[in-house]
Design a protein around this ligand. Structure first.
Ligand code: 5AD
Ligand code: SF4
Length: 475
């Protein structure tokens, strides 16, 4: 399934010590959408820095603007369109400015951006980033450039990403690309193509490099990490002999390989799919202290009938059984979810099934969305988007309120306990406080003392807000 959404928009500025000069050209790179997209932007930055670009956070001084886009819901696309209009205006001031759209919207909308709307000079899908230097050259010659070919093999395994984050503590590492699940609401299989796994050695190497560069946390990314399988390259999962299957690397094995790099390197992952979430992954998590006790397991709906329409491949009972397995094998684990309200034909009773499931589980955290119909998806072709907007909004605010209560209950449970915290930096609210997260992904703040980001400290939580623990460092 899909990765967690990041609401904020990050603009990457990279310090390059010795850029290969290409007339000092400047790149402004903006990313929308999921963690996978942010991770892709780091690949794009790596490719372009190699071409001699340096980056800027001011689009007005850029020679090249790339917007890495998301197509998951209509409002994600509207935000990008708005931004592209702003950039088009910037082109009036700088005739040589080139603008490109990357990622999922590029894949979905293809020629329309270039031909009908003349919004951009380049359209580049998520599997075509190696072609960027070539596409830029085409655009520089005054022609429109497009490459939206999806690949069955591309994993960018050999490209060392340029880290665009500013905290220098946690890094995203893609372990696979694409998605084969065909959830009926989801555009991802169309924008990111078929599922393919990346060679484990290259993943371990990238994580080790991050650790050597001071990072203390890696998040392994994939649309459905539980179906990760490295078969030695080129072999299709469906056609494996028993021997080939026994020799393949599973996600549980990959997790262990990464966990063994160093006990001070925390390992997280996103996203799991309930239908493929086996006990082996949970057992691997229990075995290593440095694999964080946090599972993001998107349920989408609490109604079996709706789950079937969503083509999720599991029932409410199956999902609750997986939750029971997490609680049994990882009693300390935090669990979060993604939930959609107002999917095609959702009745009041079906919505109540979601509410009762939330009450039963009491997630630490949830990302909640109103259903947004996406072109080409199974749902668009098969079902009417017939839940009125007012009802979608009402249901959404009902579950948002409920989740707020659950998050509060879960945060309170952490008060009075000792938490091992990886320090990520100064707290947003006070320069005198540091902030980090515990293994369960809850933010913990505490007085600075002599501690620095990237260090681990034990914090005794003495109070909390609705979602943050507050405490002091103890031995
Ligand atoms: N409408 C609303 N939410 C969606 N998601 C995916 N597709 C849609 C859609 N068409 C949500 C799912 C997914 C999360 C990343 O986004 O909950 O898990
Ligand atoms: Fe990420 Fe693309 Fe999905 Fe958006 S549509 S969440 S960018 S994979």
């Amino acid at each position: 399934m899909e990765n967690k959404q990041i609401d904020e928009v990050r603009q990457g500025e990279i310090m390059v010590k010795e850029p290969k000069q290409k007339g000092g050209k400047k790149l402004f790179l903006e990313s929308y959408g999921c963690q996978m997209n942010f991770s892709d932007s780091e690949i794009v930055a790596s490719i372009l820095i190699n071409e001699g670009y340096s980056t800027t956070t001011d689009f007005k001084e850029a020679d090249l603007i790339f917007v890495n886009t998301c197509a998951i819901r209509e409002n994600a696309e509207s935000r990008v369109r708005q931004r592209l209009q702003d950039y088009k205006k910037a082109k009036k001031a700088n005739k040589n400015l080139l603008i490109g759209v990357l990622g999922c919207m590029a894949e979905r909308i293809k020629h329309q951006f270039l031909e009908e709307e003349k919004l951009v000079d380049m359209v580049v899908g998520p599997d075509a980033y190696r072609d960027l230097p070539n596409l830029i050259a085409v655009a520089e010659s005054g022609q429109q450039a497009i490459n939206v070919i999806l690949s069955k093999e591309e994993t960018y395994a050999d490209i060392s990403p340029v880290r665009l984050d500013h905290n220098g503590v946690s890094a995203f590492v893609s372990i696979m690309r694409g998605c084969d699940n065909m959830c009926s609401f989801c555009v991802v299989p169309f924008t990111r193509g078929r599922e393919r796994s990346r060679e484990p050695e290259t993943i371990v190497r990238e994580c080790k490099e991050a650790f050597d560069n001071g990072y203390r946390e890696v998040t392994l990314l994939g649309q459905n990490v539980n179906s990760y399988l490295w078969t030695g390259g080129g072999l299709k999962k469906e056609n494996l002999t028993e021997e080939q299957r026994a020799n393949a690397t599973t996600f549980a094995q990959l997790l262990e390989m990464v966990a063994m790099i160093h006990p001070d390197l925390r390992v997280r992952y996103s996203t799991s799919h309930p239908k493929d979430m086996g006990d082996d992954v949970l057992i691997a998590m229990a075995k290593y202290e440095n694999i964080c006790k946090y599972v993001h397991l998107p349920v989408q709906s609490g109604s079996t009938a709706l789950l079937e329409k969503m083509n999720r491949g599991y029932s409410r009972e199956w999902y609750l059984d997986r939750i029971a397995a997490i609680r049994r094998i990882l009693p300390d684990a935090a669990i979060s979810s993604d939930i959609i309200v107002g999917f095609c034909g959702e009745t009041d009773q079906e919505h109540q099934d979601t509410v009762s499931l939330m009450n039963e589980i009491k997630y630490e955290f949830a990302y909640m969305f109103a259903y947004s119909e996406r072109p080409k998806t199974l749902a668009e072709r098969k079902y009417a988007d017939d839940v009125p907007n007012e009802i979608k909004s009402k249901r959404l605010s009902q579950i948002v309120d409920l989740q707020r209560k659950h998050s509060e209950i879960r945060t309170k449970e952490g008060v009075g306990k000792r938490h091992r915290v990886l320090i990520e930096g100064v707290s947003k609210k006070s320069d005198e406080m540091l902030s980090g997260r515990n293994s369960q992904n809850t933010v913990v703040v505490f007085p600075k003392g002599n501690h620095k980001k990237g260090e681990y400290v034990n914090v005794l939580a003495t109070s909390c807000t609705s979602s943050t623990l507050i405490g002091e460092v103890v031995k």
